[in-house]
Design a protein around this ligand. Structure first.
Ligand code: AMP
Ligand code: MG
Length: 348
């Protein structure tokens, strides 16, 4: 299959949106930018179209898709019950990087929800995404547009690396603005529960709802406690080289990583280092990449997946990363980094 790349870096072009919408309406796949990461879109109400997403990504069939809508009214057709919390969150954060789990209506096929009776719904804040959803029938199922197990794409070039020849079209809207997937909050069980941390933090949800708990399965050391979002149990984003997170005071972390990098060089290897702008110049004997500034945590989120992809292209034998417990997005950044590291942490 030839994958058409439509350049919309200078803004939405309606001729391209119409072609992309027609592909979705006839059951095809279109990747598109959102403010979080690039999504791989299909008509969410067409089971054959959803099934194509799983095949293109190599995604386990029990891992449900998020349905993207462009206006609040669209939620009625795909849910059976809209709790008051959903409206409060919509007023506060939609369009934006928040996904809500609600009870699904019969209009949503099980092929889209991985067999669940609930549906994940999000209204993205990106002009290209919104125009595409409207042109494609109003309901677009879209997971991240990467091959399963690779880092989520934050540019159209990342999408092409994984999906060229596999999907019908890619809409290029330039680099995304957030860089990590949406916060997911489950509203089906009384107390709102965060199933995946993202740009919208627990504090921000509590300010609107009064309460919001973190899914125990995300942080529990007990292997019998599983994350509630099926996708969170998979080891995502594993880079080719083993990745270790080094935690502790700034000074101790720098000393430890330098010692590890020197030992690696001694043994004939090369260590990669993921550092903040503030400490990038403190390292030697390693391939150092700066992820962003601790004073601007969004820059760290924006570059995390890109850096993991870049290290996959390089011949590093091991990667050491600083830890990034920043105020708003720290939970989301560390959740993704810990998964990439398979939870290997060195505490100094
Ligand atoms: P992705 O869009 O690839 O970032 O993945 C979507 C995430 O949403 C995965 O972790 C899914 O397991 C989760 N998800 C989607 N639908 C549901 C649902 N109905 N209940 C719980 N988690 C869901
Ligand atoms: Mg994903």
């Amino acid at each position: 299959m030839k994958t058409v790349l439509e350049d919309m870096r200078d803004g939405v072009r309606m001729d391209g949106i119409r072609r992309a919408g027609d592909i979705l309406l006839s059951g095809g796949l279109v990747a598109f930018p959102t403010e979080t990461v690039y999504g791989l879109g299909a008509n969410a109400l067409n089971p054959e179209a959803s099934a194509k997403i799983y095949r293109a990504k190599g995604r386990p069939s029990d891992n449900p898709l998020i349905v993207h809508i462009a206006d609040w009214e669209a939620i009625e057709r795909i849910t059976v019950e809209i709790p008051p919390e959903a409206k409060l969150l919509s007023d506060a954060f939609w369009p934006g990087p928040l996904t809500m789990i609600l009870r699904k209506s019969a209009a949503v096929p099980y092929a889209t929800t991985g067999g669940l009776d609930t549906v994940a719904v999000r209204m993205p804040d990106n002009e290209i995404a919104r125009a595409l959803i409207l042109a494609g029938g109003g309901y677009v199922a879209a997971p991240s547009a990467n091959t399963s197990g690779r880092p989520s794409p934050t540019t159209a070039q990342h999408v092409m690396e994984d999906m060229d020849g596999v999907i019908d079209m890619v809409l290029d809207g330039g680099p995304v603005s957030i860089g990590l997937e949406s916060t997911i909050v489950d509203l089906t069980e009384g107390t709102p529960v965060i199933l995946r941390p993202g740009y919208i933090s627990q504090d921000m949800l509590r300010q609107v709802l009064g309460t919001a708990e973190m899914d125990r399965g995300l942080t529990s050391e007990d292997p019998s406690v599983h994350p509630k979002a099926p996708g969170m149990k998979y080891r995502h984003y594993a880079p080719r080289a083993p990745l270790f997170i080094v935690e502790g005071s700034r000074e101790h972390v720098v000393t430890k990583i330098n010692a590890l990098a020197a030992a690696q060089k001694e043994a004939g290897g090369l260590a990669g280092v993921i550092a903040a702008d503030e400490t990038r110049d403190c390292y030697a004997n390693a391939a150092v990449k700066s992820i962003g500034s601790r004073d601007q945590e969004l820059t760290i989120a924006q570059h995390l997946y890109e850096i993991l992809r870049e290290f996959d292209e390089m011949d590093v034998s091991v990667i050491y990363s600083e830890s990034f417990e920043t105020p708003q997005m720290g939970a989301a950044i560390m959740n993704r980094l810990m998964k990439a590291a398979g939870h290997q942490v060195i505490t100094v």
